[in-house]
Design a protein around this ligand. Structure first.
Ligand SMILES: [Zn+2]
Length: 226
């Protein structure tokens, strides 16, 4: 079931949406802090994880595990790869760990777990941005938002295909933080009497899509790319 997140979110307005400040902590080492404006509800991560049919989401990772997980990077790229501050990460609220170092803003990194193993990919953001004043949708979390908050990322294919110059590309939240935005609870209404269930559905769909995305980089077809 696809997430019902058709509302356009302005991240400058809704980031720091949780009550515990984990957004600040997660990004403190690499991204400049953002201004908190409003504090909408935030889904309880333990409750979401408990009913997730995919089982483990992102389990805690070490620096070594992250480096070894990269499937589409050269040894030199992996050695030079910037890393996020892992001590501050709240793993139970993640379908994937994504980060961008402001010193190399066109380089993105994403790691998720698949069948008990971390799978990491390096991404390259397109230099151009979409026109302001329109909305765009992230292909992973399917959240509609102002277009400047979504970027086109490409990823070299793994193995020989990548060395031959093949890549895949898709639009993703520019800060690679889909897991945060999907946990902003929708208001209770007759159509959505259980906002936490909406978040669970979004999380399941995000996990399936990120798995399909990295499978495409590996050159493996999956049935979960809807
Ligand atoms: Zn997203």
């Amino acid at each position: 079931m696809l997430p019902s997140c058709t509302q356009a979110f302005d991240r400058d307005a809704v980031l720091h949406a949780n009550n515990t400040g984990q957004w600040n902590l997660d990004h403190a080492t690499l991204l400049p802090p953002r201004r908190a404006v409003i504090r909408p509800g935030y889904a309880d991560s333990e409750a979401v994880a408990a009913v997730n049919p995919f089982g483990a989401r992102v389990e805690p990772l070490t620096v070594s595990e992250i480096r070894r997980s990269m499937i589409n990077a050269t040894r030199g790229e992996i050695e030079r790869m910037p890393l996020p501050g892992l001590l501050e990460v709240i793993w139970s609220t993640r379908e994937y760990l994504g980060w961008i170092d402001p010193r190399t803003p066109l380089r993105g990194h994403l790691v998720h777990w698949r069948e008990g193993q971390p799978v990491g990919v390096m991404l390259r953001a397109a230099e151009g941005r979409m026109s302001p004043g329109i909305s765009a949708q992230c292909s992973l979390c399917r959240t509609s938002q102002p277009a400047h908050q979504v970027r086109l990322f490409s990823a070299a294919r793994a193995g020989q295909a990548g060395r031959d110059g093949n890549s895949v590309a898709t639009y993703i939240c520019a800060d690679l933080a889909c897991s945060h935005i999907i946990r902003i609870l929708p208001p209770v209404s007759e159509l959505q009497p259980e906002p936490a269930a909406v978040v669970t559905s979004r999380a399941d769909a995000l996990l399936a899509r990120v798995t399909a995305f990295t499978a495409g980089i590996r050159g493996v077809e999956t049935a979960s790319n809807g």
